[in-house]
Design a protein around this ligand. Structure first.
Ligand code: ATP
Ligand code: MG
Length: 580
């Protein structure tokens, strides 16, 4: 949701011109791009990229980066590449590579023919490394990893030069060739950029650009036993692809001088690195390592568990791509880190589904109602509106009969005055059906629990309207006992009970201790109206008065759906948390 125009134009950073006041204000990255386009930098070209490391499934934080990169390309008639950052030879996994592509497509974005891998550039990167050596800007260091670490200095102390720093260009070229040819052991030599061991920026203290790893790579096999480091690879891959604006998260801000240094030292096309704040959401964790932990320990049902903040989890839960894109748009891009309330994400899907999800009746905790004056064995079909928000959604027919189910909580034996639902002698409207009055109730003699309500209906109130102008306050939902079916419903809730699951109490050892024990409750006795039996896998509905539900894409079978709760109709979480 955007702020009202008059409020927005008062914002000092709105960046809005008077004549453009109808347009949404530009975010700081859009401003940079528009300034670049105005000065003719990159000839007005906009080319971005999304560069995931294929070591896990994408999460909602990645969605923000995807929406940003692909969104900017779309807005400025540019292009966005997908590039797998596969410099690390051990971690690649086909499952991850495939899921990442599926998730980006599902979100609604297309890299067309521009799918790249950092490993596509290994030859070129090797040439660049040789060029740096030839320019006297890189050297082979034969110190041990410990010595390299110890001589790096600290934030308060400068580093010291390696005794191998002043090797001749010839010697460096020879040693680098031997590294490449496998003549050295892992860890015995590295190639380092020759920058400044006293730089206040630790990243500039002769960073390593190549290391020996005697492991084959998924895509290049055993062609290489030396692999380039991330900082070296990333900027040069951007340059090779002609990326104009290389957007990354804030933790890379102090890597930018190094990003620029490589491009200048090699005198190649120079993209601009721009940093923005990563998305942090409360009540969940977002690092792939932590998410993998949950998967490996079996604490969730895989990466696509509907409680996971992964894109595949949100998809399975029932989130729509539109709602995720709206959410990313709404939270915007900033230059400072902050935490976004999970409620915002939930509101986004609620808002979208309110417009598009058909309404259905489902009784989650049923109690039987017998309409004593309705003929036995008779059924009539009543017309129900599919979505009051969408006139094109039409109507459907639902069967009504003598025996029904309603929600247990819609009856009270001894209700207070303000309880506008059923109680002895009280009248309510059954949605799309009739007015009914409770005449009596039957209790289980052993438990004392109310097990059945005896009611009468008023045949003059068909469609829920009385002919004599008599009004009832309450409208409740229902299903016909004989025509409804029992389906499993999974009520999902937030995965963690703590706003910041990574903040541990003294008595806690691990963030998994903050998992919400009630994040999944399976309801076994839910009765749903007939039209829900044939729900397509992945189809989303509003269960009237409850919330939004999606037929599970993994476990639903034809004619036997399993439903996942996406969100409640209203935000109940905030209230519950306050009470606790
Ligand atoms: P994680 O820390 O979750 O493992 P990562 O940064 O290591 O994430 P990458 O695969 O390297 O994951 O990320 C691909 C792109 O997505 C990068 O450009 C990164 O900046 C961006 N990204 C990752 N996490 C977030 C986030 N929480 N918010 C916004 N962008 C993100
Ligand atoms: Mg990473």
């Amino acid at each position: 949701m955007s702020a009202p125009e008059n409020k927005k134009s008062k914002h000092p950073d709105s960046g809005e011109s008077a004549e453009g006041s109808k347009e949404k204000s530009l975010n700081f990255i859009q401003k940079i791009i528009e300034d670049d386009n105005a000065t003719g930098k990159h000839d007005g070209r906009v080319h971005t990229r999304f560069p995931p490391e294929p070591n896990g499934y994408l999460h909602i934080g990645h969605a923000k980066s995807i929406c940003l990169n692909f969104g900017l390309a779309a807005k400025y008639d540019g292009k966005c590449n997908l590039r797998f950052d596969d410099t690390n030879p051990t971690k690649e996994d086909v499952e991850y590579v495939e899921s990442i592509q599926e998730d980006i497509r599902w979100l609604g974005f297309d890299w067309e023919e521009r799918l790249f891998h950092a490993s596509d550039y290994f030859d070129k990167l090797h040439e660049y490394a040789v060029t740096l050596i030839e320019k006297g800007l890189a050297y082979v260091d034969s110190q041990t990893p410990e010595q390299i670490r110890e001589t790096r200095g600290s934030l308060t102390e400068p580093g010291t030069n390696s005794p191998f720093r002043d090797r001749s260009i010839e010697e460096n070229l020879d040693l680098f060739t031997k590294m490449k040819d496998g003549e050295f052991e892992e860890g015995s030599q590295v190639l380092r950029a020759k920058i400044d061991m006293t730089s206040p920026n630790m990243n500039m203290r002769d960073p390593i650009i190549y290391r020996i790893r005697k492991v084959p790579h998924d895509r290049t096999g055993d062609k290489w036993c030396i692999y380039p480091m991330y900082d070296f690879t990333h900027g040069l891959s951007d340059s090779l692809e002609g990326i104009t604006h290389s957007i990354c998260t804030l933790e890379f801000e102090n890597h930018r001088p190094l990003y620029d240094w490589f491009l200048e030292a090699l005198d190649v096309f120079h993209p601009q690195q721009i940093e923005f704040a990563r998305l942090n959401l409360n009540y969940t964790v977002m690092s792939k390592r932590k998410l993998l932990d949950l998967v490996d320990k079996g604490l969730v049902d895989g990466w696509d568990d509907p409680r996971m903040p992964t894109i595949s989890g949100l998809r399975r839960r029932g989130y729509t791509p539109e709602s995720i894109r709206d959410f990313c748009e709404e939270i915007g891009v900033a230059k400072y880190n902050s935490k976004v309330d999970a409620t915002k994400l939930e509101n986004a899907v609620r808002d979208h589904l309110n417009k598009v999800a058909p309404r259905r009746m489902a009784v989650l905790d049923p109690i039987k109602v017998v309409i004593e004056n309705y003929p036995e064995g008779e059924t009539e079909l009543l017309e129900a509106v599919n979505n009051p928000e969408d006139p094109d959604a039409g109507t459907r027919e639902i069967p009504f009969s003598r025996e029904l189910y309603i929600e247990r909580e819609d009856f009270m034996e001894d209700p207070p005055k303000k309880f506008f639902r059923l109680g002895p002698g009280r009248e309510v409207r059954l949605r799309y059906a009739y007015y009914i009055t409770c005449q009596d109730f039957i209790k289980d003699p052993e438990t004392g629990e109310v097990v059945e309500l005896r009611c009468t209906y008023d045949p003059e109130t068909k469609g829920g309207k009385s002919s004599d102008g008599r009004k009832v306050r309450g409208t409740i939902h229902w299903v016909s006992a004989a025509h409804s079916k029992n389906v499993p419903v999974r009520n999902y809730d937030r995965l963690f009970i703590k706003e910041n699951p990574l903040k541990l109490k003294k008595t806690q050892e691990d963030f998994t201790e903050n998992l919400n024990p009630d994040s999944l409750t399976v309801l076994e006795n839910v009765r749903v109206e007939p039209s829900l039996f044939e729900a397509e896998s992945g189809e989303r509905f509003q269960f009237e008065r409850h919330g939004y539900y999606c037929s599970d894409i993994k476990d639903s079978k034809p004619d036997s759906p399993v439903f996942n709760r996406i969100v409640n109709l209203k935000d109940t979480w905030s209230k519950v948390q306050k009470k606790k």
